[in-house]
Design a protein around this ligand. Sequence first.
Ligand SMILES: Nc1nc2c(ncn2[C@@H]2O[C@H](COP(=O)(O)OP(=O)(O)OP(=O)(O)O)[C@@H](O)[C@H]2O)c(=O)[nH]1
Ligand SMILES: [Mg+2]
Length: 199
Amino acid sequence: MSEIKLLFAGPMGAGKTTAIRAISEIEPISTEVANTDLIESNKAETTVAMDYGELTLDTGDKLRLYGSPGQKRFEFMWPLLAEGALGVVVLLDNSRTDPLADLHDFLAAFDTQIGAGRVVIAVGRLDSHPHPSLDDYVAAVSRRGQFLPVVDADVRQRDDVIGVLEVLFEQLNALDLGDSPGANEGDEWMRFVDQARVQ
Ligand SMILES: Nc1nc2c(ncn2[C@@H]2O[C@H](COP(=O)(O)OP(=O)(O)OP(=O)(O)O)[C@@H](O)[C@H]2O)c(=O)[nH]1
Ligand SMILES: [Mg+2]
């Protein structure tokens, strides 16, 4: 039995709180307050500290799901929340003003985790806002000399969020985890990926 920490990061309104709510088996702990920055994101509430949810696998292994606050003024919290995380999901929102600029901000913020192969990018609202395309994201990542998976997801859909975690775990499975957090969890990743597929 093991406990695995994952972090959902990304800009304001990308859907970190929504994604955790979609898959958590407990009522998520959230720190929402009224959103006063309606220009940045036109939604009623915003996270000011973190989200927390849990997902226990059939094996008994527990995923501890953390979500970061998206507002730039909370940027200092991103590395704190990423500490000890086995993997990071960066959620982007294609309807924002400049999603490729968001991409670069978050690639910079999670440079260490990307270098360690622990990051996946998930882009939302591609159906209503097809540009930039997933290929544009992949090209922007590779121009930086980085490599990581880029997928599309509707974070309101549980299956989509599970699908993003599958991609993350496939990526983690390919790593030689050495002495890092979750070093002995390779088998659990595979089991998780298998389970996730049959759900
Ligand atoms: N129409 C539409 N809405 C979406 C889609 N994906 C996410 N949303 C909505 O976008 C909003 C995302 O809000 P949150 O989950 O609070 O976003 P967040 O990333 O936690 O934002 P902060 O905590 O403020 O950083 C929710 O109202 C979702 O229902 C989509 O594909 N289409
Ligand atoms: Mg939030």
